[in-house]
Ligand binder design. Structure first.
Ligand code: GRF
Length: 193
């Protein structure tokens, strides 16, 4: 069974959806750890209720990204984590983790990449006047939402819909798609071994 770690910064609804897929036996993985860069974030409360260990830290307590990533890496290695799942983690991954987990870090982003990378992707889509946006799952590289795309789903935008309304539709798609992609990737990786 694949050992995974989830990285989140805030609400953690994707983290919860992945944990529920594991509980229901739809995703054959073991969530070893939640990594969170905001010690007060709600995703930590969720992890505690789910009995999932948490490593939280404040980046400002470390002089460099390398320093806190080194600490994260120790935590991941202690739990023999094989795959990193970013789910609302609002930071770029640096060289320490990219080198330790080549092709084993994935992210979910609320747009059809390469359109609207970075923050406020839904607002960017509204402001651009598009009628379709969506969700992208992709491998993580050193750029901002730039790695190779694994899966995408479209979500329509209707006239007058707010950021919150569109984001709610996007999240429904995310909660369904992300566990399925993680399951698929972990099966593919098992086959290669
Ligand atoms: C998601 O919409 C995801 O696409 C983006 O950040 C959001 C996180 O939401 N990267 P949550 O914390 O999982 O509720």
């Amino acid at each position: 069974m694949k050992k995974i770690a989830i990285f989140a910064s805030g609400n953690g609804s994707n983290f919860q959806a992945i944990a529920e897929a594991v509980e229901k036996g739809k995703l054959h993985a073991s969530i070893e750890l939640l990594i969170c860069d905001h010690p007060g974030a709600y995703c930590i409360d969720r992890a505690e209720k789910l009995n999932i260990p948490v490593f939280s830290f404040s980046p400002k307590d470390f002089p460099l990204k390398e320093d806190y990533e080194q600490q994260i890496l120790q935590e991941l290695q202690a739990k023999e984590v094989e795959m990193i799942i970013l789910a609302g983690y609002m930071r770029l991954i640096g060289s320490v983790l990219l080198r330790a987990y080549p092709n084993h870090i994935i992210n979910i982003h609320p747009s059809l990449l390469p359109a609207f990378p970075g923050k406020n992707a839904v607002l960017q889509a509204i402001e651009a006047g598009v009628e379709v946006t969506g969700v992208t799952v992709h491998y993580v590289d050193e750029g901002m939402d730039t790695g190779p795309i694994i899966a995408q789903r479209a979500v329509s935008i209707h006239k007058g819909e707010s950021v919150e309304e569109i984001h709610r539709k996007i999240q429904q798609v995310e909660h369904n798609l992300y566990p399925r992609i993680i399951e698929q990737l972990s099966n593919e990786q098992e086959e290669k071994v």
